[in-house]
Structure formats: C-alpha cells, structure tokens
Write a protein that binds this ligand. Structure first.
Ligand code: ATP
Ligand code: MG
Length: 662
C-alpha cells in the first residue's frame, strides 16, 4: 500500500497523472488500447480517496464486465482505497432495483430470466412465426436493441424506420413477437437483462425521493469502456448524476464492438460538446504491447473507415522489441486446433526443460463465436493442457463453486457437532473429501467441454485449501469456509490455472503474454451475417481488440477447409490483407515452424519505416534481410527464437511487477 496520496501517483505518466489528479468536474479520457486508461481511472479513485476528497462509499466505478469490476476492486485495495463500489451498470442497477422494489413497486421480487432465447422462441410460436436458429438470433438482437433504445413494441417499427439500421425482418412481425415476449415475461414474474436497467431508470425518473436517496449515496462516478455505453446506460448514468458533474469517462472509439446491441461511441465522442468545461485527456503511449504488436494494430486501424476511424489514435509502444506476430495457414480446422495446442504446449514447457515456461494463465485463445471453442477444448484436452472457458465469469458466481460452498458449509456444521472427525487429516484433504462426495475426482475427467471446465474451477478451490493450510496449519474446515465467504464478498478469486478460451467480445480490457487469434477466415471475421459497411467495420474493430490483447507473442491462424479432405474454399480474413507478409501454403503442420512468416515473407508488401530484426532487434537494411525480417546471421527457427525471447521477457515482466519470474 502506497504510504501517501502522492505515492499513489507513482508509476503514472504525465497525462495519466492529469487524469488522476483532476478530481473535480467532468473528465474525459480518449485513448487507444493498452495506454493505461483503466489504470489511470483506478489511480484517480485511489488518489481521491487517499487525499480525502472522496469518501470511498460515495464512489461508483462502472466497469464493462464483472471480471473487470473484481480486478479494479482488488487494485483499489492494494492502493489503500478499499470500500469503493465497482460494478457493471447491470449489477449496480440490479442492487438498487432489489433494494427499492418494495417501496417503488411492491409485491414479490421478480426473478431474472435465464433462458431468454427459449422465451423469444415461444413468443414467436404464439404469433405463429417460426424462428430458425439464425432468425431467432436476429429476433433476440432486435428486441434487445429496441429495449436499450427505449422503443416499446408499438414504437419499434417507426423507430427502426428512422434509424440507419437494417431490420432483419418485417418490423411489424418483430413488433408482435416483442409484445408477446414482454407479456409472457410479465405473466411469469420474470425480468430480463434490459428490464433491470429500464425499471431502475423508470423508478429514478418517477420517484424523486428515491432518486435523492441514491444521489446522496453516490457522488462520484467513473465509467470504463465508455465507447460501448448504450442509450439506456447513458440515461441511467445521467439519472445517477442529476445536476452534478463529478464524472470521469474513458474509452476508445476504435474498440466499439457492441453496437449490435445499441451501444454507440457517440456519447464518448460528443462528451466535450455536452460538457464544454470538461477536462479532455488523450493518452498515446502503449504500455501493454511490444512495438511489433502495436505496429500491427496501427496498421489495422489505418484501414478502418467510418466515424470511429476518424478518431483513431496512433499508438506508440513503450516496450522493448519483441518477436514479430506470426501468421499460420492450415489445411483444415482440426489441423489448426492441433497445431495451436502443440504451440501452447511448447510455451508451457518449463525453463528447466529448455522451454519458455509461460504459465497457462498467461495464454489465451480467442475466437469470433463461441461455437468455435469446442474444437480447441478438445485439442487442448488431448494435449493435456489445462484450460478455462469462462475467463470473464466471476469465480464465486460459478454454479459448481456455489454448490461446493454449500457442501463445505454443510460438512463444517456437521463437524462442529462432532469435534474437527477429521483428526490427523489435513484441511486440504478434508476439502478434497467433501468435494469428492459431490462427484469431484483428483484426476481430470476424460474429454473436454463443460465438465473439464468445472473440474478446473473446483481444483482451484482445492489448491486454495492447500495454500490456506500452509499459511494456517491449525485451521479447521470452518476457518476455510469463513475464508471463502470473505473472499467471495471481496471477489478475491483464486487463479484458475488454465489457458483462457474466450470470444473476442469477452476478452475486452484483458491482456495476456501470448495470444492466439484463431479461425480468422473471411466468413468468420468478418462474420457472414455482417453485411453493411458499418457491420464490417465493427468486425474489423473486433480484430483490433483481439490483436491488442497480446503483450508479447501474437499468433494468428486460419484453415482453408472445415474438415480434413473437405473443399478448401476459404480464404484468410480480408482484414489481414496487407498486414501479413504474404499468404503461405499450409504452414508447418503440427509444429509452428518458420513457414507461415518466412515463406511468405518474400512476397509481402514492403513494410513502412525502419524494420527491426525479429531476433536481435537491430534495424535491417539489406534487401535479403528485409525479406527474411531478420539478420542473415541470426538463427532462423521461429520457435527457438521466440522461446528464447519469451524467457527474457519473463525476467523483464518480473522486474516490472516486482515479483519472481514465472
Ligand atoms: P484497454 O483499451 O485494452 O482496456 P487500457 O487503456 O485500459 O487498455 P490498461 O489495461 O489500463 O490499458 O493498461 C495496459 C497495461 O499497461 C497494463 O498492464 C498496465 O498495468 C500497464 N500500464 C499502464 N500505464 C502504465 C505506466 N504508466 N507504466 C507502466 N505500465 C503501465
Ligand atoms: Mg481498459
């Protein structure tokens, strides 16, 4: 914990300091990926608290995901500013809604609708409209969009006609299904995700007394990822603020990836116009990624079109040179997945065995749609690599963790009446035994998928018990149960060991040492159903988000056919044109190899600006060197070179974080 308010500002650059020390009035931070926006607002809150300007419990920090909220809370505690509310719009609104429900609405508390697509399908059936899979997805999207735009079923056709939105089907039909869906929901005492915000907005609008109470509670607001705020969330923020202006918003228009749900970067881009007195700060130094990754991200942005692109901010990497991003083409999807798993396995090889020793939690595989994950789960399971599917979900909210918690509480109560039974056994063994009674085994289940994923989170719980036992050898089960409750309240989740498998959408705001972007074919990115120029641009921004998640090693791949022997009719994503050195034939299957980059290198477009050798970092001048992107004397095997550099990188990171190298 920093010993003073000023010490909170250590480790911020001058612009970030401006953000952190401008505690009053509206503040808007416009900046690209990895420039430290999240860090700047976190330190701003901590500085405000430590300087005595903010009471911790009067600050509401809105984040985009629950995971981001948990991370920010942890960071604030480390900075000596515990007690600040960090929540998503949804979680903050739900809490207020539940609290004021008896006073504002009365009657039974509503339940959250879980299977939304089922209810929409049912509503469709009642309107005699059969919805096939893709149609159901479009219908869900339209209803969501209508709700966040605050268009009622009756308003919807007129509102959609006025917008620049391409309605996927006859608006009159959508309107009928929407109305039926709303009725079914009401009849069953259910509310959906959007209702939480709509009802809260309604209460705050109609009940000045309740609005007053909430405004007395929350006086200072920050909003991260503000480029993806929906009109409804924006309305809620305004209601929370009332006529006050203690708000700090940060965002990057180039990372707008939720406009299909009605989100728009307009609020971010127009913030200054709405608040002429606002302090506007731009950050351009990228602290996350190597110059090589940043170069690629800038190249991607340079191709972007449209409104967000007008506001693009060229990034400048602050890091030492790293390896070039790698591109791999594969014959078919299983080959791609297998090769990816193989590369990951090599990255995991411990330093003592000559590998780079990257921990699994520092590696991610990102894809466009969740359906793509299955083949990767299988390939990773086959290669014996641990993985976690739901990197973005709160650990203590996972169903298996809740069930385990119940079982542990039950066992601890039982032990209470029959004194701590497990004499002689260790606490961790005891926890293992309780979990075993719920079906958990110390060995991972065969195969992949949800079962394996659940197993990994439960194993994290056992590991936590082992750690707890080491720090408190005399602890009993009840102590561990209390520890869990405390951690759950603080959202202090243990690390679930495993490579993260996540969609581009859920990877937002996060970072890893090594990132694999997979399945990058035209048709997947941009996805087939993206048709309008705006939709295509949003797909490009998704790739930008994906690319900028990598701190050090970035690997992009695609497959020409779906299955072995299938028609090889696919082509790599059009967004990669001009970014990859050239199109290579099936790059060294199984082992990464130099193939993808090296073979194609000669055909590539001439890169702009000085080109560093991807082995030693020296500026290249000779034509052959430029083609190879390395000095002619430097070793040519991509993998060896990469691993050597990863070994150096871990030392650099360790020094930066002030902890032992992984
Ligand atoms: P995104 O747009 O992806 O959400 P961001 O702008 O929020 O990115 P952060 O996540 O805050 O960026 O920061 C990116 C990385 O850079 C983090 O690892 C952070 O700790 C580090 N970082 C940020 N600012 C600094 C700094 N001044 N010195 C050193 N490291 C920094
Ligand atoms: Mg961020």
């Amino acid at each position: 914990v920093p010993d003073s308010a000023d010490a909170v500002l250590d480790g911020l650059d001058p612009e970030q300091r401006t953000v952190a020390t401008t505690l009053r009035g509206p503040v808007c931070v416009l900046a690209g990926a990895g420039t430290g926006k999240t860090r700047a607002i976190t330190h701003r809150i901590a500085y405000g608290v430590r300087a005595g300007v903010y009471q911790p419990n009067t600050v509401l920090a809105v984040t985009f995901t629950a995971r981001a909220a948990g991370e920010m809370r942890g960071r604030l505690r480390q900075l000596g500013a515990g007690g600040v509310q960090t929540r998503t719009f949804h979680a903050a609104a739900l809490r207020q809604l539940q609290f004021f429900w008896p006073k504002a609405i009365g009657g039974e508390q509503p339940r959250l609708l879980e299977r939304k697509h089922q209810l929409v399908a049912e509503a469709g059936a009642r309107c005699r409209i059969r919805l096939e899979r893709a149609e159901l997805r479009d219908m869900l999207g339209e209803i969501e969009w209508a709700k966040v735009t605050q268009a009622t079923p009756e308003d919807y056709p007129a509102v959609v006609a006025k917008s620049d939105r391409d309605a996927p089907r006859d608006p009159a039909e959508t309107s009928r299904v929407y109305a039926t869906y709303e009725r079914l929901k009401r009849d069953r005492g259910l509310i959906d995700f959007e209702d939480v915000l709509l009802l809260t907005v309604g209460i705050l609008t109609d009940r000045p007394d309740i609005a007053d109470t909430i405004r007395r509670q929350y006086q200072h607001f920050t909003v991260d990822e503000y480029q993806d705020v929906s009109p409804l969330q924006q309305r809620l923020l305004q209601l929370w603020l009332g006529d006050r202006d203690s708000v700090c918003v940060v965002g990057d228009a180039s990372q707008t990836i939720y406009s299909f749900t009605g989100a728009t970067p307009d609020h971010l881009l127009n913030f200054r116009a709405q608040h002429p007195e606002a302090t506007l700060v731009k950050l351009v130094r990228d602290y996350r990624s190597t110059p090589q990754v940043v170069h690629l991200a800038n190249g991607l942005l340079a191709q972007a079109k449209g409104r967000a692109a007008e506001h693009r901010l060229e990034l400048v990497s602050q890091r030492q040179p790293g390896p070039e991003p790698v591109f791999h083409e594969h014959a078919d999807e299983p080959a791609e997945a297998e090769a990816t798993a193989g590369r990951i396995k090599e990255l995991l090889t411990p330093v003592a065995e000559g590998g780079p020793g990257v921990p699994a939690s520092e590696i991610a595989v990102l894809y466009r749609v969740n359906a793509q994950s299955e083949i990767y789960e299988q390939a990773l399971a086959d290669a014996g690599v641990p993985y976690q599917l739901r990197g973005a979900e709160r650990f203590f909210d996972r169903q298996e963790i809740q069930q385990a918690g119940l079982a542990l509480r039950g066992a601890s109560r039982a032990a209470g009446t029959d004194t701590s039974a497990a004499e002689g056994e260790g606490l961790a063994a005891e926890v293992g035994a309780v979990l075993a009674s719920t079906g958990w085994t110390p060995e991972p289940p065969a195969g992949s998928g949800a079962a394996r994923d659940r197993w990994e989170s439960l194993r994290a719980l056992v590991r936590l018990a082992e750690e707890f036992q080491r720090s408190r050898p005399d602890a009993v089960l009840a102590d561990f149960v209390a520890e869990l409750a405390e951690r759950a309240a603080a959202q202090h989740a243990p690390t679930v060991e495993g490579v993260t498998l996540a969609s581009f959408h859920t990877a937002k705001g996060l970072e890893w040492d090594a990132v694999f972007l997979v399945g990058l074919t035209d048709g997947m990115l941009p996805i087939t159903h993206a048709k309008t120029p705006e939709q295509i641009e949003e797909e490009r921004r998704l790739l930008y988000v994906g690319v900028t998640r990598a701190r050090f090693h970035l690997c992009m791949s695609w497959a020409l056919a779906r299955s072995p022997g299938g028609r090889a009719g696919r082509r790599p994503s059009r967004f990669l044109d001009g970014l990859r050195p050239g199109s290579a034939s099936d790059a060294a299957r199984g082992r990464g190899g130099a193939g993808g980059v090296e073979r194609g290198g000669a055909k590539g477009r001439k890169p702009r600006g000085p080109v560093p050798c991807r082995v030693c970092g020296r500026t290249l001048t000779e034509a052959t060197e430029l083609k190879l992107r390395r000095c002619v004397d430097c070793p040519s095997t991509m993998d060896e070179e990469l691993y050597e550099r990863m070994r150096e990188w871990r030392l650099e990171r360790a020094q930066e974080l002030g902890r032992p190298a992984y």
